[in-house]
Design a protein around this ligand. Structure first.
Ligand code: XUL
Ligand code: CO
Length: 437
């Protein structure tokens, strides 16, 4: 049976099309900088927003019309698998991501939960084999259930830690079964409410302990996904330990995890941390730790994680520039960790929202590629830092030939003759506008 009988497979029709169910910019096989768009972008659909989100908010009841709700929770879970793969196939998206709890009901015991997971992921595997669609990453939801109210890896209760470990073990077993390319840890409750009752070092040591157990178990079962930590500064925790890319890199290095762990960066998490998305991508890229991205956008006027579908071409262009400069993000990808607005409650909005996100990324990719071809940004850098390579003093400092005394003599001799150059930032931004619009 079809859940979207009115929707055909989405085709590229170009900018002028009046067909809402068509790509205006995303052409999977169009070659950009020597690679087809689909290889640059490696789009993934997120199970939690697309299949389980009901449109409710703290002030209102569910709004979403969803035709896959069945007689029992397991019926619903099975229907969702069918509907999910129909969405992926119709969009031409080749990857997906999920939390354990998104795909299978928790049941009344850990055994029931794990059995449900086995049954549903077997079904998912059949669909993957039939369609060639692949698992970008899975993860364990260690933040929704009340047992995790004081964290999972960072909990004050070793029994909760053991439960979290059981979920991660199962997550890795599933990752192996489905050939997952990455495995994500997002520590929604790995943080604190007040420092008054918190042993910060002990909690972070324990998070690292859980990560090391995960690396060891992956090695034991012969399955080595790229492990990813997803930073976020807050929400639901007041303070999350993996605050942003730089803080998370300090954690990774502090615990010697850099061989196995990279970052999964999310646009709305970046802005919640007071950074642009491109800042977070740049930090990770410079550490050689840019693993994957969660594509969405926040709202300037709201202070929380609104997880909107990305439609801002300027922001996405700057993000895609970082990704291209990184040489791509495979085995990571572009996962739409994004949800339709409460008032976009129709089934078809799920398709339209992904088309909007995919078209925005296609445009961002093409503009970023043009910026690289034209050397727009590299020329700016070469000019701005030019004095380091085209003056004697610049060359001499970089060659390690100077010290404080020699530079002090130089400054005394030349000090007041420094010729400063304007950065012409407004002009630069105006030219960037010409690329984007
Ligand atoms: C929450 C968030 C998560 C992670 C996976 O803000 O982004 O959905 O992506 O746990
Ligand atoms: Co996310």
């Amino acid at each position: 049976m079809s859940y979207f009988p009115q929707v055909e497979k989405i085709q590229f029709e170009g900018k002028g099309t009046k067909n809402r169910f068509a790509f205006r910019h995303y052409k999977a096989d169009e070659v950009v900088l020597g690679k087809p768009m689909k290889e640059h972008l490696r789009f993934a659909v997120a199970y939690w927003h697309t299949m389980t989100q009901d449109g409710s908010d703290p002030f209102g009841m569910p709004t979403n019309e969803r035709t896959w709700i069945g007689a029992t929770e397991m019926d619903t879970a099975k229907n969702r698998v069918e509907a999910f793969f129909e969405i992926l196939e119709k969009l031409g998206v080749e990857y997906f991501c999920f939390h354990d709890i998104d795909v299978a009901p928790a049941g009344n015991s850990i055994e029931e939960f794990m059995n449900n997971l086995d049954e549903i992921t077997d079904l998912i595997k059949v669909k993957m084999d039939q369609t060639g669609i692949k698992l970008l990453w899975n993860t364990a939801n260690m933040f929704s259930h009340p047992r995790f109210n004081n964290g999972a890896g960072s909990t004050n209760d070793p029994e909760v830690f053991a439960y979290a470990a059981a979920q991660v073990k199962k997550g890795l077993d599933i990752s192996k079964k489905l050939g997952g390319a990455n495995y994500v840890f997002w520590g929604g409750r790995e943080g604190y409410e007040t420092l008054l009752n918190t042993d910060m070092k002990f909690e972070q040591d324990n998070i690292a302990r859980l990560f090391k157990m995960s690396i060891a178990y992956g090695e034991k079962i012969g399955h080595k996904p790229q492990f990813l930590i997803e930073p976020k500064p807050k929400e639901p925790s007041k303070h999350q330990y993996d605050f942003d890319a730089a803080t998370t890199m300090a954690f990774i290095k502090n615990y010697g995890l850099e061989g196995d762990f990279k970052l999964n960066l999310e646009a709305n998490h970046a802005t919640l941390a007071g950074h642009t998305f491109e800042h977070e991508l740049r930090v990770a890229r410079e550490y050689g730790a840019l693993g994957s991205i969660d594509a969405n956008q926040g709202d300037m006027l709201l202070g929380w994680d609104t997880d909107e579908f990305p439609t801002n071409v300027m922001d996405v262009t700057l993000a895609m520039y970082e990704i291209l400069q990184n040489g791509g993000i495979a085995p990571g990808g572009v996962n739409f960790d994004a949800k339709v607005r409460r008032s976009s409650f129709a089934m078809e909005d799920l398709i339209l929202a992904h088309i909007a996100g995919m078209d925005t990324f296609a445009r961002g990719l093409k503009v970023a590629a043009k910026l690289i071809e034209d050397k727009f940004i590299s020329d700016l850098l070469a000019e701005r830092y030019g004095k380091w390579t085209n003056t004697e003093i610049g060359k001499s400092i970089l060659a390690g030939k100077e010290d404080l005394e020699s530079l002090s003599s130089y400054a005394y001799k030349h000090g007041d003759a420094i010729e400063l150059e304007s950065s012409h930032i407004e002009y630069v931004k105006s030219v960037l506008n010409d690329y984007v619009f």
